[in-house]
Design a protein. Structure first.
Length: 372
């Protein structure tokens, strides 16, 4: 298992140095002697220093990817030799847990957790995985790696009810589930041989900041200009659904013989109104790159420019229906399937007229539309 602290020391030490600098500025956020590091900062620094692909925006099981290695990135505080930390959230599936006894609940949770791990592996072509941890305690940052395995459903044991939910083990890791928050937690043990770095927290941090002067920041991506979010569902009677004979299930529509892979992604009027020039004109092809680097020939088509398709249509189907959703030919896509996997939208980025696509977590389309 790769040790990123050792790797950084052998290279140039930039990763450890940047995290140490941020940790020394903890007085900006807290009076505690435990260093503070915002998790998004830790993710971004890791990806920058190790030239990793940042997956955090898609909110799938992994936060970063290096070649075919998936990486879960975590930073948390600890006061003993272990810490119980959230590894998955199932708010949209909370109704699935009603009336289940502890054994049934542990089985259901384990399946949902494994489904999401496998979704990320398929989407980003990941073969192996690990967690990289930045743990924080008084005056120190502690770095270590640990396994990122699926839950061994065949070996579920020590299943017990708790005040907030249940706890269980698979013989390798211990888990806890909080019913009210619909969150699954895992116990992370701090190894004795973890790399430890002393941190001196600066007391007069504001004086230091005042001396820095103006800093040129890289502009953030602009909603509607640099990216748009598109839903993989429609709304009927106030409910999110995927129609059986259109969009992802266009292959099942009547009227003529259709290819079993025929599908399109909705391009709703609300999204079109935000920036009607985000995509090229109707029927004009452009390259759309998937998260794993495949270049698809895409275009906007249908009446009112309401659909995003590829040529051949099988290209987008192979990526979204077969690889990501893991649907067999002739199997209907459903919103319930999206809920289990934890995403219901896609994001399309545009940079210098180059387009790329990725999946986005539940509720992302509504958040995007509400920005305007």
């Amino acid at each position: 298992m790769i040790n990123f602290a050792d790797k950084d020391i052998k290279d140039n030490g930039e990763y450890l140095n940047l995290l140490s600098i941020m940790a020394s500025l903890s007085r900006l956020f807290s009076e505690s002697e435990t260093p503070f590091i915002y998790y998004r900062f830790a993710e971004n620094v890791f990806c920058k220093c190790f030239n990793a692909h940042n997956l955090s925006r898609s909110d799938t099981a992994f936060d970063a990817k290096i070649d075919t290695l998936g990486i879960g990135l975590k930073t948390f505080t600890f006061t003993s030799n272990s810490s119980l930390e959230k590894v998955a959230e199932f708010n949209a599936l909370s109704r699935e847990f009603d009336d289940l006894n502890p054994d049934e609940l542990a089985f259901k949770l384990s399946n949902f957790r494994n489904d999401r791990i496998n979704l990320a592996k398929r989407t980003y072509e990941i073969d192996d995985a690990l967690y990289h941890i930045v743990a924080r305690t008084n005056g120190k940052l502690v770095f270590f790696e640990t396994d990122y395995d699926e839950i061994d459903i065949s070996n579920l044991q020590d299943i017990k009810s708790t005040k907030s939910g249940i706890k269980f083990s698979d013989g390798i890791n211990e888990y806890s589930f909080n019913r009210s928050k619909s969150t699954l937690l895992r116990n992370f043990s701090i190894p004795d041989n973890a790399y430890k770095k002393d941190i001196e927290i600066i007391d007069d941090v504001y004086s230091l900041l005042s001396k820095l002067g103006q800093i040129n920041l890289t502009p953030s991506k602009r909603a509607g200009i640099d990216y748009i979010v598109l839903p993989l569902y429609s709304i009927k009677n106030g409910r999110k659904i995927i129609f059986e004979r259109s969009s992802l299930n266009q292959w099942n529509a009547g009227g003529r013989a259709r290819d079993i892979n025929e599908m399109y992604i909705n391009y709703p009027a609300k999204a079109r109104e935000i920036n009607e020039n985000f995509f090229p004109p109707r029927d004009q092809e452009f390259i759309l790159q998937t998260p794993t680097g495949e270049n698809l020939r895409a275009k906007i088509c249908q009446d009112n420019n309401k659909a995003l398709m590829t040529n051949p249509n099988k290209a987008i189907s192979d990526w979204l229906l077969r690889k990501v959703l893991k649907l067999d030919e002739g199997e209907l896509a459903t919103y319930e399937r999206l809920e289990i996997l934890g995403f219901d939208s896609v994001i399309v980025y545009k940079q210098d007229n180059l387009y790329s696509i990725d999946i986005m977590p539940l509720g992302s389309y509504e958040k995007f539309i509400n920005l305007f």
